[in-house]
Design a protein around this ligand. Structure first.
Ligand code: SR1
Ligand code: MG
Length: 399
């Protein structure tokens, strides 16, 4: 068996060639490393006829920091297995894994070169009518079919154990729920919003609600989450979208995946006035609000329909319980969306939506909108029973 070593482009090329028939016998192959993510190496291996595949390899440390932040390469197994599971439940919106090699922590997968990264497109002001409906399907299918509504107790517990992901979960536990609420050395805070960040460190009312969301993240294994559904994990084109990058996957609260995506749409929303001229900003914001509404409505409709028709456990077939369950998922989703808005503003990992605003004053205004909206969503999540009330809140808080 080949021992783990960090791939060069030539290693990635041989790995892809060995494990795929796609290139044929006499292909001239080339490979290039082009990853710009926080954690891994990503290679594109292509032949001279334009066929290409992706090789993704987990490094034994976080790429964005270096060897001083060691990380288990088991995250590659988690990623491959989550994508394989989600691919069974929703193949049309999950990147296809062709091969996984545990010893090398390397995954061979389809190349989505006909797609673009959603975040980059939103930052350019592009819109996609199918985004919310397709992502609602992805979330409803992957989360329902890995939940207690379908799996028996023993099967579910075995799955929870297989997807224990302590190191990557710890990153989320720290970056989402702890660092933004204290003066942590990992935080990056632009000078103009430092006074507002300091208020977050004193805001005990908010911290109590964030503690409750963190406790649920730690102890509510409802479904096999992707664990990192931000707009950099979604590839999109005019017809379709596909989700990549599932290394943060684990059994957690359903609202975490739904809320991560809602939070990312709202991050772009608060950034619009800093990114675009007023008329375009207004149009893009109207598009984003419509997508937020549709994402929740379609997710709720599909998840309800699945609960009503596919639930195996007779106790969980109770329709009042199912309605209550979905209401709680909405509250959780809004809370986690709020945490995403805040941590992308004052935490370690920022987003291009805000960072691409060149005028420092406008960027600070957008960051402050993100913090206020995040706080409002977290604090009011239990009272926001309808999406209309959420959209009204978004508009009121971000003027
Ligand atoms: C050190 S990892 C920072 C962030 O990148 C990932 O995509 C996750 O969102 C994580 O929080
Ligand atoms: Mg990622």
């Amino acid at each position: 068996m080949t021992a783990y070593h960090i791939f060069t482009p030539d290693d990635a090329l041989r790995f892809a060639d060995q494990h795929s028939e796609l290139f044929g016998d006499h292909s001239k192959l080339s490979a290039v490393e082009f990853g710009d993510g926080n954690l891994n190496l990503v290679f594109r291996v292509s032949n001279d006829k334009g066929t290409s595949l992706i090789v993704k390899q987990a490094l034994p440390y976080a790429r964005c920091v270096g060897e001083s932040w060691p990380l288990s390469t088991d995250r590659a197994r988690i990623e491959a297995e989550v994508l394989q599971q989600h691919g069974r439940f929703c193949p049309q919106h999950t990147v296809e894994v062709l091969h996984f090699e545990p010893a090398l922590s390397a995954i061979l997968m389809e190349d989505l070169k006909q797609y673009q990264i959603l975040r980059s497109e939103l930052v350019k002001g592009k819109t996609f009518a199918h985004l919310a409906s397709q992502m609602a399907t992805y979330l409803a299918q992957t989360l329902f079919y890995s939940s207690d509504f379908v799996l028996s107790g023993p099967v579910k517990k075995a799955a929870v154990a297989r997807f224990i992901n302590p190191e990557l979960c710890l990153i989320t536990e720290d970056l989402f729920f702890t660092d933004p609420y204290c003066n942590h050395e990992r935080n990056t805070i632009h000078a103009l919003i430092l006074p507002r960040a300091r208020q977050l460190w004193q805001d005990e009312e908010l911290q109590a609600e964030v503690a409750a969301l963190k406790a649920d993240f730690l102890s509510k294994p409802q479904a096999l989450l992707h664990g990192d559904v931000h707009s950099g994990s979604i590839f999109i084109n005019a017809d379709n979208c596909k989700v990549i990058d599932a290394e943060f996957g684990f059994y957690g609260p359903i609202g975490f995946d739904v809320g991560s995506l809602l939070g990312n749409l709202l991050l772009n929303y608060v950034a619009c006035p800093g990114l675009f001229a007023p008329e375009q900003a207004e149009q893009q914001q109207a598009y984003l609000l419509a997508q937020v509404r549709e994402l929740w409505q379609q997710f709720a409709a599909q998840f309800s329909q699945l609960m009503a028709s596919e639930t195996q456990d007779s106790a969980l077939q109770n329709s009042r319980y199912q309605q209550h369950f979905l209401q709680q998922v909405l509250a959780d989703s809004l809370g986690y969306a709020g945490c995403e808005l805040i941590r992308r503003t004052v935490g370690l990992a920022h987003v291009a939506d805000l960072e691409k605003i060149t005028d420092a004053k406008k960027r600070a205004e957008a960051e402050l909108r993100a913090i206020e909206l995040g706080r409002a969503l977290i604090m009011q999540r239990a009272k926001l029973a309808q999406m209309d009330a959420v959209l009204t809140l978004v508009q009121q808080v971000t003027v």
